[in-house]
Design a binder for this molecule. Structure first.
Ligand code: MN
Length: 722
């Protein structure tokens, strides 16, 4: 079996052929290390595993790449398939090569994730791969790896063969094409075709072989004619005749639904000349020899393809009525057409690998849509082709693209609006993460939902996509408007009763509609919303309709008496009769600075101005109303939590201290534990902030009391309070 091993020395010879100063020691160490780590492993073919990294290295050497890329090729499967750890690899070969190997390992992980994808997703997957790769050499090694795997795919079972071939066709051949690597693309496509459609492949290659035999003399004859006329005109050129690659012929047959006889250009000639003017001169000579097929002349020299391909193309009718294609280009253009981006790593006599400036302009030319922003490409070695985008997977392998910085909330709204609205959390790559977590390339994102979840205002800070932002805003606005209408309706009904107006009549006889239009609203609903938002003073609105008789007293519902009493001492500016109540989260007292917040049909919640709920979480300025303490005194219930060391008579002491400051204890719950530590939860009635402070001070003075705090409600209750 050992004779199957490509010899490392052969690879070294190729490298030193184009790069005499190469770091031979690095390559040798990489080879020895790879051999040691892969020792004992075999491929499905039965060959030693080492064959694979060696062949990959050979492909990279044939691409004339630098020693870092070739060493990476030798080591590329170490992290994935052997006991070698990142730390170990870094110790042996440094950060740079380890980084490249790690990037290759990550691509494998991505490959596994999109196993279930649809062909329509392929473009996204390609962009994801390119976006996640910072160094061009990663993709070059990956393509070499894939090429060798494709060459040896025949040993795998059929289903895996088909899957890998499809992946190559959908992902890697197009990437090679985008990077301008014509030769790589052609070989990948032909190999993929041979596994995807083995019968077609066999039939077609047999037909072509026969035709080539028949056409051999024709090919020789045409070549001679071309060479002759170029020599006569002093144009130095190399002329090659060949059968085009199989996949391109197969595609043409399929697309046009025609037989091989009618394919114009399974025969193709390539003229490599020395200068651009000679390209055009040669084209003219060809057209003198044979009649060109109209519409088939292409000037990719003046108008290069997006992947930087340059050449002149024409199709002509040959001596025996046989059409064939002619491509004409310079040596440099040919190199780029064959090797694409790899051409820029070529070592040329007298200089190192391609200059950075060239690489930059190369990359620049590669990326459609980014031409207007060349500064994106200033890092010469960065292959940041899609720096603004991030590509993620659903658990089923579907790919979603987002702007960079997108979060699971954006992902949830991308899946479905309802998934977004009810999103409570997310798993990224199987791990629970906060909703703020930015998505990274290749993340598999799973959204957790709950029917009780609804969007909240702070999601607007978390979502970055327009889609999510719009959906959240629409939901919030709808919710708030509904609440405002409801609140406005209650207030309106109440005011009507006060004024002795029959609400139903008022509505039915058109007065309500008139009222709305008088105040500039198209719909009654909008009038009610404005009242609910506190933008419209209800008394002024209804004043013209007030009867002369005194308004009927409002009967406070049972259990709401205290609220009503409190209501009397907090007033909404410009609207004396809005129902108010103190928010439980901050329990504002007379003496505190306060703000009002229009709630869902319960009137105005009054918060301390510094209450974090009001400021941070839930406040929308539309629903803010100005409030102030009225002149009326009242009793305000404040819950107080007291901690103490267990002692008899505590209840009496507490009550005495409170009464001493003129405050009533409305309720009290005492408890002690085994450690003889006790707690008391009191509700005391006070008249204001100053009064409360005096009561608290008195409680703290009781012997045995260790802590006295105003107890606020729990966060969950705070939210509900609004
Ligand atoms: Mn490999």
């Amino acid at each position: 079996m050992t004779e199957a091993l490509p010899r490392f020395e052969d690879i070294l010879e190729i490298v030193s052929g184009y790069n005499p100063d190469c770091d031979e020691d690095l390559l040798r160490r990489a080879y020895v290390y790879s051999a040691m780590a892969h020792r004992g492993q075999v491929r499905v073919s039965g060959e030693p595993y080492l064959v694979h990294p060696l062949e990959v290295a050979r492909i990279l050497a044939e691409m004339h790449l630098d020693e870092v890329a070739i060493a990476t090729g030798l080591l590329h499967d170490l992290l994935e398939d052997t006991w070698v750890s990142e730390e170990e690899l870094e110790k042996q070969f440094g950060e740079r090569i380890t980084g490249l190997v790690k990037a290759l390992t990550k691509i494998t992980t991505m490959e596994q994730s999109y196993a279930a994808r649809e062909a329509a997703q392929a473009e996204n997957v390609r962009r994801m791969l390119l976006a996640s790769i910072a160094d061009v050499r990663v993709i070059l090694v990956k393509l070499a790896d894939r090429l060798h795997n494709m060459r040896t795919l025949g040993f795998l079972p059929e289903d895996r063969r088909k899957r890998i071939a499809a992946e190559t066709m959908e992902i890697y051949a197009p990437i090679a094409h985008r990077l301008g690597m014509g030769r790589m693309k052609a070989e990948l496509e032909d190999l993929a075709l041979s596994y995807q459609h083995p019968d077609d492949y066999r039939r077609l290659s047999e037909e072509l072989r026969q035709r080539e035999e028949v056409a051999a003399s024709l090919i020789a004859q045409i070549r001679e004619t071309i060479t002759g006329i170029l020599e006569e005109n002093s144009i130095p050129a190399e002329v090659k005749g060949r059968i085009k690659h199989l996949f391109s012929i197969w595609t043409k047959l399929r697309r046009q639904g025609i037989g091989l006889d009618r394919v114009y250009d399974f025969l193709a000639f390539r003229l490599i000349v020395d200068t651009v003017p000679h390209c055009y001169a040669a084209l003219g000579l060809i057209h003198q020899l044979w009649r060109p097929v109209p519409g088939r002349i292409k000037d990719y020299i003046a108008m290069p393809k997006p992947n930087a391909y340059q050449s002149l193309h024409t199709s002509v009718i040959g001596p025996e009525g046989q059409p064939f294609e002619v491509q004409i280009r310079t040596r440099d253009m040919d190199e780029i057409a064959e090797r694409g981006i790899a051409a820029h790593w070529l070592y040329k006599e007298g200089r190192g690998p391609g200059h950075d400036a060239e690489r930059v302009s190369w990359l620049h030319g590669l990326v459609e849509g980014h031409q207007e922003n060349p500064r994106d490409f200033l890092n010469s070695l960065k292959l940041n082709l899609y720096p603004e985008e991030v590509y993620t997977f659903t658990p089923k392998g579907e790919v979603f693209a987002f702007a960079r910085g997108a979060t699971p909330i954006d992902f949830a709204y991308r899946v479905h609006t309802e998934v977004g609205h009810h999103c409570v959390g997310a798993r990224i790559n199987g791990k629970l993460v906060p909703l703020r977590t930015p998505l990274a390339n290749g993340d598999i994102v799973e959204i957790l939902t709950s029917t009780s979840q609804v969007p909240s205002r702070d999601w607007l800070d978390i979502a970055v996509t327009g889609r999510a932002q719009n959906k959240i805003r629409a939901w919030l606005n709808r919710g708030e408007k509904e609440e405002a209408v409801e609140a406005g309706k209650r207030l309106f009904d109440r005011e009507c009763r006060k004024l002795g107006l029959a609400v139903k009549e008022f509505r039915d006889d058109g007065r309500m509609a008139k009222l709305a239009s008088d105040h500039g609203f198209g719909k009654e609903e909008d009038l009610l919303a404005a009242i609910g938002f506190g933008r419209l003073a209800l008394r002024d609105v209804l004043a013209p309709y007030a009867r002369t008789k005194a308004p009927a007293p409002v009967a406070a519902p049972p259990g709401r008496a205290r609220v009503a009493a409190e209501s009397a001492v907090i007033v909404v500016r410009g609207e004396r009769d809005l129902l108010t109540y103190r928010a439980q989260c901050c329990n504002p007292l007379p003496g505190d600075e306060i703000v009002g917040y229009v709630t869902r049909g319960r009137g105005v919640a009054v918060h301390a101005a510094n209450c974090p709920n009001v400021r941070k979480l839930l406040f929308t300025s539309e629903r803010e109303v100005e409030v102030e303490w009225g002149g009326v005194t009242g009793a305000f219930a404040v819950p107080v939590h007291v901690g103490f060391e267990d002692r008899s008579g505590m209840l009496a002491a507490l009550s005495q201290a409170a009464n001493g400051e003129g405050a009533d204890i409305r309720s009290c719950h005492l408890a002690t534990n085994e450690d003889r530590l006790g707690t008391a939860d009191l509700v005391v009635d006070v008249s204001g902030r100053g009064h409360l402070e005096r009561v608290l001070a008195a409680l703290r003075h009781i012997a045995g009391v260790t802590s006295v705090d105003v107890s606020l409600t729990t966060p969950a209750r705070r939210l509900r309070a609004l």
